[in-house]
Every structure is written in structure tokens, then in C-alpha cells.
Ligand binder design. Structure first.
Ligand SMILES: Cc1cc2nc3c(=O)[nH]c(=O)nc-3n(C[C@H](O)[C@H](O)[C@H](O)COP(=O)(O)O)c2cc1C
Length: 271
């Protein structure tokens, strides 16, 4: 009597289970399973960490507002210190606050810049931003007596590799610069990223936007303009293109298409 022949497994699943671990089918199955599990873990982590990332981004922005206004100290309660700043939604075209239309605490002016209803496409676009939100969230800082001390204005524009996002802090006369700093950019470390260098940021303190005739004179350049040293910030060494970008974006936001109407009201003592 001969031995019984081994039975061929019946059905696809049975054939799969009986196949060698090195078979093409099992190899592909394991690769696909690993990919699926890994992508689910990554997706779950991304979704669950999003609120934390958003909270960190908000806190980073608040720290930057405190820093540019000169009130940040290490270890400070950021939320508490930031509460001293009075947010307003500013309509650029009129220089008026429109807090009755938009809540300053929640209005997202970066998102507004890509909303056709809330933004305009720029024909003249020296800052390289394409579209500009009609409304920006700005911050007023008052002294203990309730008088205006400083105003913090967001600005952004293209450097060499990236859009730089930051704030400028002005004194209550709307003309003297207290500070300028960027909280987000992708310029090269050691070159364009020297915009973050405290020594370079310090150059902005005490500079003026406009001359006595009201002409916008502030300039970032390699050499001092005729208007005088009080309107001049030395360009970054080895990063002329980023410096030109900063020059363009500061002029744009401080000019007629930016905060000029609001600053005129500020100078008139409206706030
Ligand atoms: C890898 C690399 C990265 C650079 N990154 C920057 C930058 O972030 N910002 C900038 O203005 N120039 C950057 N440059 C230099 C510019 O190409 C250009 O040479 C410079 O802006 C000219 O500045 P200067 O006239 O002060 O030398 C970079 C160059 C290289 C090769």
C-alpha cells in the first residue's frame, strides 16, 4: 500500500495560511500590514497632537508679542502677561477698529488673507504676499494710568526663501520704533536667519518711520540713506536679499496699503 498523497488545501485563505513564510503572498501581506498599522499610528498621533501644536503656536506668538514690546522675562506667566495687551481687529482701509464685526480674540487674520471675502489680491506687491487681508489683529499696550504706551502690529513678506512673519512695536506717537522681530521664517541659518540675532534686532530700537514732512523714510540697506541715521537699519552682512525683503515688507505695512491710516489716527491721539 502506498502512502496517501498530501491534500492540496482548499480555498484561498487555506492556501495562503499553508504557504511558506517566504512566499510572495505572505511577504506582500506583511509589508502592507506594517504600512497600514504605521500610517494609522502616525495619523492618530497627528490628530491627537494637533490641539497641543495649536496651543504651542499660540503661546509662541504671544511670547513674541511680549518680546517685541519689551515685557518678556524668562519664567513669566505668558497667558497672564499677554492679557495686558488689548487686541483689536483693524480695518486697514479706514484705520478704524471693527471689533463689533469680528471678535479680536478669535479672528484669524492669516486665514483671512486667503478668504476672497476678507482679502484683496495685490496688483502692487512689494512684500511678495499675493493677497492681503483687509483686517489685521493689532495690540495696544497701556500704562497703569490707562494711557497708550505701545502698539504692536503684525507684518509679513517674502525674504529670499520664505515668507517672514513678525511684529513691529511702535511707541504711542505711532512713529518711533520700539522693536521688530520675526516669529516664523525659513531663511538660511547664519545668513538670512540672522534677522533673529538680538544684536540686529536691537538696531531697530529708536528708529523712526517718517520724517517731519510725513514721508516714510525707514530703510534697511547696506549704506545710510540721505534721510539720516534715525531712519536707517544696517542690512544683514551676507544676506542682502533677505534684508531687501525686510525693507520691502516694512515699507509696505507701514505705508498706504498697510497701517498708514491707523498710524495717522494714532498720531492724532485718537487712541
Ligand atoms: C546655500 C545658500 C543660502 C543662502 N541663504 C541666504 C539667505 O537666507 N538670505 C540671503 O539674503 N542670502 C542668502 N544667500 C546668499 C545670496 O545668494 C546672496 O549671495 C546674498 O544675499 C548677497 O548678500 P551680500 O551682498 O551681503 O553678500 C545664500 C547663499 C547660499 C549659497
Amino acid at each position: 500500500m502506498s502512502d496517501p498523497q498530501p491534500q492540496e488545501p482548499k480555498g484561498a485563505l487555506a492556501r495562503f495560511l499553508a504557504a511558506s513564510p517566504d512566499s510572495v503572498g505572505k511577504t506582500i501581506f506583511v509589508a502592507v500590514a506594517v504600512c497600514l498599522v504605521a500610517s494609522m499610528v502616525v495619523s492618530a498621533a497627528a490628530v491627537s497632537l494637533r490641539p497641543v501644536q495649536e496651543a504651542n503656536a499660540l503661546k509662541d506668538k504671544q511670547v513674541n508679542v511680549l518680546q517685541v514690546a519689551g515685557v518678556f522675562e524668562p519664567g513669566i506667566d505668558v497667558t497672564e502677561a499677554f492679557a495686558a495687551f488689548e487686541p483689536h481687529v483693524l480695518e486697514l482701509a479706514t484705520g478704524e477698529f471693527v471689533d463689533d464685526q469680528f471678535d479680536p480674540a478669535t479672528f484669524d487674520d492669516q486665514a483671512a488673507a486667503s478668504d476672497p471675502e476678507l482679502s484683496v489680491a495685490l496688483d502692487t506687491d512689494p512684500a511678495g504676499i499675493g493677497r492681503q487681508a483687509k483686517y489685521r489683529v493689532i495690540y495696544l499696550l497701556r500704562d497703569d494710568a490707562g494711557d497708550l504706551d505701545k502698539v504692536i502690529l503684525p507684518l509679513h513678506g517674502y525674504g529670499l526663501w520664505s515668507t517672514l512673519y513678525g511684529f513691529i512695536a511702535l511707541e504711542n506717537n505711532g512713529n518711533d520704533i520700539y522693536g521688530l522681530q520675526f516669529y516664523q521664517h525659513g531663511e538660511t541659518p547664519g545668513l538670512g536667519a540672522e534677522v533673529d540675532n538680538p544684536r540686529w534686532k536691537g538696531l531697530w530700537n529708536g528708529k523712526k518711520l517718517r520724517d517731519d514732512a510725513g514721508e516714510l523714510q525707514i530703510t534697511v540697506a547696506k549704506s545710510q540713506p540721505a534721510a539720516g541715521p534715525e531712519f536707517y537699519v544696517d542690512a544683514l552682512a551676507g544676506a542682502t536679499l533677505t534684508s531687501v525683503g525686510v525693507d520691502n515688507l516694512v515699507k509696505f505695512w507701514m505705508g498706504d496699503a498697510g497701517y498708514a491710516r491707523f498710524l495717522a489716527k494714532l498720531q492724532a491721539g485718537e487712541f
